[in-house]
Write a protein that binds this ligand. Structure first.
Ligand code: FAD
Length: 396
């Protein structure tokens, strides 16, 4: 049996960020991750390009992870365009008059994970236990005991950060609202002949949703949403046929396109936990709130959640409360619910309106984009929300 102030189960980007924030408060932290140590330290490309807000960049800098992300892996996002149908008025968001050079920054998920892992592995009070699975967890007195494949850990606070299909959430008997969109997403990188000018384009076509996310090196991340069987067919298609089909699907807007990465698919299921806390226990990241990726908020909210938790733990410690005290955890839960519930509902609404093909939904989205583009205050509000400049720093 070992003792750490905090045990985090799940060493994804949110779990590692939480470890860094809590260790900075002087706490000792153990992180249990199912993946073996080599894959954890050097995660493979997984197709996800994460659009980071300015605030998220400043958090990653403060945690010491940003410095481990190579400059070429950081792609500025200068404009975002939303279109519906093939020849309709686009809704655009840009940085004009805002004194910044980008709406946000695209960074591959595996680079973020690697940066956080490197930062965590340099901290003396973070203990990284790769290849470790939690068997069960129970509360004895004021302590949480985590029984895992390599032994037992006692802590004041246990955190479940094991992703949207969280086992820890189930072990703690915390239910969740689940929304199955009955669609999957295919993600990959493709090089192309025409420049993207660092403009992200998302359009809602009949029968498909496509996003092109501009990354460095004359390439874009292609994000295609379709029914699962069609995604599987595309994932297995030979390269030449795949290239030809994607060029057709994106209306040839980037010229010749060539697949330059592995292809990955994700089922689209959104999750919102009924509770984020229990005595001595908290949920973070996708385990608490697993967003539809359409509004690019998932990890940004995961980072905010771990930040709120660390701030509330710090405030509690100053008052003499233990890290796992229910008063501390309830304050975190209130803050995180306020930060996530409206966005979760709005994102599900957008995902539904923009992916259904019935005529009423088509008319609604065309009218919606036209009206939204004409409303300057609305556009300004959404742009500020996408950028999230609270505590802004320029990357570099
Ligand atoms: C296609 C796509 C695009 C996205 N784009 C964006 C974007 O632009 N912006 C944005 O903010 N977000 C985006 N997201 C969301 C973002 O990827 C997630 O919000 C983020 O990865 C969640 O991190 P996490 O650490 O909570 O969970 P995960 O990344 O799922 O990590 C969970 C970790 O826990 C480990 N684990 C699981 N079970 C156990 C167990 N029982 N014991 C120990 N370890 C366990 C797993 O191995 C994993 O390492 C996107 C998601 C997808 C699918």
């Amino acid at each position: 049996m070992t003792y750490h102030d905090v045990t985090i189960m799940g060493g994804g980007p949110t779990g590692l960020a939480a470890a860094l924030s809590l260790e900075a408060l002087g706490l000792s932290v153990a992180v249990l991750e199912r993946a073996g140590a080599p894959a954890w330290a050097e995660p493979a490309f997984d197709g996800r390009e994460i659009a980071l807000t300015h605030h998220s960049v400043s958090v990653l800098k403060a945690l010491g992870a940003w410095e481990h992300i190579p400059q070429v892996a950081i792609s500025p996002l200068r404009q975002a365009r939303v279109e519906t149908g093939r020849r309709n008025h686009p809704l655009t968001f840009d940085t004009q008059g805002r004194g910044v050079d980008a709406l946000g920054y695209l960074v591959s998920n595996h680079c973020i994970r690697r940066g956080l892992y490197l930062a965590a592995s340099n901290r003396p009070n973070i203990h990284l236990l790769g290849g470790t699975v939690t068997r069960h967890i129970r509360r004895i007195g004021e302590d949480m005991t985590v029984v895992h494949t390599g032994g037992e850990i006692r802590s004041r606070l246990a955190i479940g950060a094991d992703g949207r299909f969280s086992q820890l959430r189930r072990m703690q008997r915390i239910g969740a609202v689940m929304h199955d969109f009955r669609r999957s997403m295919l993600v990959c990188r493709m090089a192309h002949d025409l420049p993207h000018h660092h403009v992200a384009t998302q359009w809602f076509d009949e029968g498909q949703t496509v996003a092109l996310l501009p990354v460095n090196g004359g390439a874009s991340s292609v994000v295609l949403t379709l029914p699962p069987d069609q995604i599987e067919r595309l994932r297995m298609l030979d390269r030449d046929a795949f290239n030809a089909e994607i060029m057709e699907r994106v209306g040839n807007r980037l010229g010749n396109m060539r697949l330059v990465s592995t292809r990955h698919s994700y089922p689209l299921r959104a999750v919102y936990a009924h509770r984020f806390v229990a005595p001595g226990f908290a949920l973070l990241g996708d385990a608490a709130v697993g967003m539809h990726p359409i509004t690019a908020h998932g990890f940004n909210l995961g980072l905010k959640g771990q930040e709120s938790l660390a701030q509330e733990v710090a405030a509690g410690l100053a008052r003499g409360e233990q890290p796992g005290s229910l008063a501390t955890l309830r304050r975190f839960e209130r803050r995180h619910r306020l930060a996530t519930a409206p966005l979760f509902a709005a994102t599900n609404g957008i995902a539904t309106v923009y992916t259904r093909d019935e005529p009423a939904f088509r008319v609604l989205r065309q009218a919606g984009l036209r009206v939204a583009d004409a409303l300057a205050p609305f556009k300004s509000m959404v742009t500020e929300m996408l950028m999230d400049r609270e505590g802004q720093h320029r990357p570099g």
